[in-house]
Design a protein around this ligand. Sequence first.
Ligand code: TXA
Ligand code: MG
Length: 317
Amino acid sequence: MIGHDVLLAADNLRRGLTVGIPTETVYGLAANALNESAVVSIFKIKNRPFFDPLILHVRDLESAVPYVESIPEAARKLADQFWPGPLTLLLRKSKLVPDIVTSGSDLVAIRVPRHPLTLSLLKELEFPLAAPSANPFGYISPTKAEHVEQQLGDKVSYILDGGSSDVGIESTIINCTTERIQIVRLGGLSMELIETQIGYKPELNISKNSNPLAPGQLDKHYAPKAQFVLSDNIEETILKYRHNKIAILTFGSKTYDESIYQLNLSPTESLEEAARNLFHYMRLLDNYMPEVIISVKLPSFGLGLAINDRLSRASKH
Ligand code: TXA
Ligand code: MG
């Protein structure tokens, strides 16, 4: 069931059920983070391996305090500036956080989402919400309630409909337990903004399959069903696949052969607009059921870095 009823969502969560929740980044599949069997059901519904830990969602920085050992200065600075928002902080966990949430790690990922419906839900609740993106493991993340409905509708008790996610890609994850902070997942908060706030260029420690700091970030991720090809030269790649049914994902003012199904992430080259459209457009292209989706690479600054990260993971076999 889809709707706007925060009290019903809260009630279901109190009963240990899962609920789809809107956030400004992507939709989440939420459950009471302190209820282990409710958390187990998140992994089951998503078909997600238990080694991939979940983010704890809280209403504000103060509500995070019981779940962490301490809040280092850099973390406080970032939280003060960017929460609520597309930022997740990795901190040392307290005993209150069940091991299943962190996959046994002594670090916990925490974030305060910015969407008004989910913020009012969090204010209603006596516990934090564990919530991964509400997609089957490995597929494209959802940015609309309908995406959640289509894929997990029969498995969740309720979906809170908050419209389209206005950032459109997942939160940036920052490890705050090292002397200098490290970015462990590129996301909806740009490196440049983070740098302005902490006064130095943060180290990038983006995971490969084996990186223990963000164990869930497998190389192949965000993948549509069609083969996905990331290209430096669209014309050449179109030629290469001319015998296949293709679709293309573009960016900027350049247009291509009109007989080819194409979607433009942002004709005016806005990286924010491109991020907002990214996952929805990947789904639309996939629904057209091409054999191959060809995508441009975006400029590598601002949100372009995070978008290219998603595109490149989608193109891994
Ligand atoms: O924007 C977002 O962050 C969305 C919305 C729903 O909040 N959530 C999201 O969750 O993207 P998920 O589960 O799809 O991705 C969370 C990532 C995983 O790759 C996981 O490895 C990492 O966060 N993570 C979570 N807890 C961690 C921990 N304790 N240590 C290291 N990495 C962690
Ligand atoms: Mg995810």
